[in-house]
Ligand binder design. Sequence first.
Ligand code: SAM
Length: 271
Amino acid sequence: MKINEMRALLDKRNIQLTRSLGQNFLHDSNQLKRIADAGEVTKADKVLEIGPGLGPLTEFLLERAGEVLAIEMDRRLVEVLKEQFPQLNLVHDDALAYIRRKPRDWTEWKLVANLPYSVASPILIELALAAQRPKQMTVTLQLEVAQRLMAAADDDDYGVLTLLVQLDYEPRGWFKIPASCFFPAPNVDSACVTLVRRETRFLSDALRPMFVRIVKRAFSQRRKMMLKLLKAEWPADKLEQAFTELKISPMERAEKLSLEQFVELTKLLAS
Ligand code: SAM
């Protein structure tokens, strides 16, 4: 979909874009193709698209996937989409609320989306921690958020988002998308990242809430020693024993600990 077609669709219906909904539409067909390629979408796939907007990515997904489910929050765009893609399975809803309200089996689904930037992180966390999470997530978002998703221990971008998503997903490739590829151009850089569900789970479902609590508490004050922070929620003796067993210094800050160390700490604190 070219920028002129987008303008025409919006003008025809007198639609003024809503900044708070992150309405920056991708009009560059090379980048759209790269996203669909990164999602490795084939007729065997069921694809969830969050925030289809005017449908430039939807067009590619409908061509390539076996099934597409799209969730769009803006009623005006839902009307456009219904007209443009009568065959599309389209839900008019806030995607985050929809996913939370209707836990479903996403295990055979891929998320391929140019996400609304303001809710990209909560949506990714919600899906990544779901008991029946998608097998792959290829998402376009702010470059800064993409870097957090791909970070490793001790990187500046390493933190809560990194760990909650990487617990069950491995980052597999990314590329930058220039702001000029969007209409209107956002004032931040963007990137497309692919996250692939791990074949072997690090933790059972029962231990996941504990992992989330530990990670959030450990990063609640980035510059503080994590042992001190964790003492607000767990008994000092249990924590000290776990730190000794895992050979973690009591002075360590959360940003130095690897995903595997957080996993081991979770197992020890849960025992
Ligand atoms: N996929 C389109 C594209 O690439 O041009 C549009 C992407 S635009 C960055 C984000 C889209 O998400 C907008 O259409 C916006 O209306 C929609 N949106 C914003 N918040 C949403 C939410 N909570 N749930 C579903 N859609 C949302």
